[in-house]
Design a binder for this molecule. Structure first.
Ligand code: DI6
Ligand code: FE
Length: 408
């Protein structure tokens, strides 16, 4: 019988090497079930039949794109805060004035599960047109047991609804809900004693995140959340040092976090600790751009200390209403001076590592899950070159065609 699917006459950017694209010219890729079982030069292809053979006409193939940090499920939008910021108000001022994250908490609590699903699915459909095959989705707009569970149930439902891999993260320690005003430690008690155990009991989260910041939680409060997550067997991630240096990078490293995200203000010491711990850095150029930040993430220190760098949309209604991962790749190049090869690794190989999926996703490699994107491009750098437009010509998700338009 042979393979289920054989792709031939393609050029593969395998992302299977520590640097560069890992290019195989004139490649063939064989798929069985949901896995890649052979990839290499077409001339070396073992003699074996396939149920379906597709010639890709010289097109490029990459691993499926992975958006490893989003707040995709939320009620409402915050365009009026955007207008306020354009008149001079800062993100922190708006948050302190009762807007910001808490205004989305009100809208998310008021929305039904069905309403949240429809709105999030529309956003996910847009992201998926560009070859997204895996997405991480955080809670953090519910901030009580019932509504954090509601958000995470919607996130879990999106996987089967859209034929995409979803990893969920409980971000109950995102902001102080209004009913706990002035009592942050009491809210952290609720997170540790009620919210996280309830989420874990229903297997609603694959990881736990927190927002360590002046307008959110201290390092000490974050550490309490992380201790609880560890005791429940859940890996941790952190919104670290986005607006000020809170020692977040070092804290994340100390807990062996999968990733520390944002990290604009992280110290070199913190970055070195991340390198030691193998914690992935997730940079979020959409939030940097949309908040008109000036402090660049410490790219040179990240490279020097061998920290893997992932890139994500941070899709959320306040600081990054971004629905294009390709545009984030461009911004990582233009704003952060990353190379196009670094940015492609940032949305494949390293994004997989940031989700604990580094052994199965994010590379074109025998044994890995067959999540592939076929592109109408002349070279991989084009993926971070265009501002808008969409060169995606086909997507294979877990070994099955999800979309294709391969007419030449
Ligand atoms: N950092 C962010 O960029 C988002 N959350 C966070 O902790 C913003 C969330 C929002 O403004 O709604
Ligand atoms: Fe975020």
């Amino acid at each position: 019988m042979g393979w289920d699917l054989l792709l031939t006459d393609c050029r593969a950017a395998t992302m299977a090497e520590a640097e560069g694209y890992g290019v195989i010219e004139d490649a063939a890729i064989a798929i069985e079930g949901d896995r890649i079982v052979w990839i290499g030069k077409r001339a070396d292809l073992p003699k074996q039949g396939a149920k379906e053979t597709v010639s890709l006409g010289g097109r490029w193939v990459t691993p499926g794109l992975i958006d490893c940090h989003t707040h995709l499920v939320f009620g409402g939008e915050r365009a009026s805060e955007f207008e306020q910021r354009l008149k001079g108000a800062s993100y922190e001022e708006i948050a302190k004035g009762g807007g910001g994250i808490v205004s989305t908490v009100r809208a998310t609590r008021a929305a039904s599960e069905a309403e949240l699903l429809v709105a999030a699915k529309a956003r996910l459909d847009t992201l998926m047109t560009e070859g997204l095959t895996t997405i991480e989705i955080k809670s953090g707009y519910g901030l009580n047991v019932e509504n954090e569970r509601k958000q995470l149930r919607v996130a879990r439902a999106l996987g089967p609804a859209c034929a995409v891999t979803v990893k969920t993260t409980c971000l109950a320690a995102h902001a102080l809900p209004p009913e706990f005003a002035g009592k942050p430690d009491a809210y952290i008690d609720l997170v540790c004693n009620e919210i996280l155990p309830a989420i874990a009991a229903d297997d609603l989260a694959d990881a736990v995140d927190a927002f360590s910041e002046r307008i959110a939680f201290t390092a000490e409060q974050t550490a309490r959340v992380f201790d609880k997550a560890k005791s429940l067997g859940l890996p941790v991630k952190l919104h670290a040092d986005q607006l000020s240096d809170m020692g977040g990078a070092a804290l994340a490293a100390r807990y062996g976090a999968l990733s520390a995200d944002h990290i604009e203000y992280s110290s070199e010491q913190g970055i070195a600790a991340m390198g030691e711990a193998g914690t992935v850095a997730v940079v979020l150029p959409g939030a940097f751009f949309f908040l008109r930040e000036k402090q660049l993430p410490p790219l040179d220190a990240l490279r020097k200390h061998g920290v893997r760098i992932a890139i994500s949309t941070d899709c959320n209604p306040g600081s990054s209403p971004a629905l294009s991962l390709l545009l984030m790749m461009n911004m990582a190049c233009t704003l952060f001076r990353m190379t196009p090869a670094e940015t492609l690794a940032g949305v494949t190989r390293h994004a997989a590592a940031a989700l604990g999926l580094g052994a199965t996703h994010g590379q074109l490699r025998a044994g890995y899950v067959a999540d592939l994107v076929i592109w109408n491009i002349g070279q991989p750098a084009e993926l971070s070159y265009w501002l808008g437009g969409n060169p995606c010509a086909g997507v294979i998700q877990a070994g099955r065609w999800r979309s294709r338009s391969l007419a030449s």
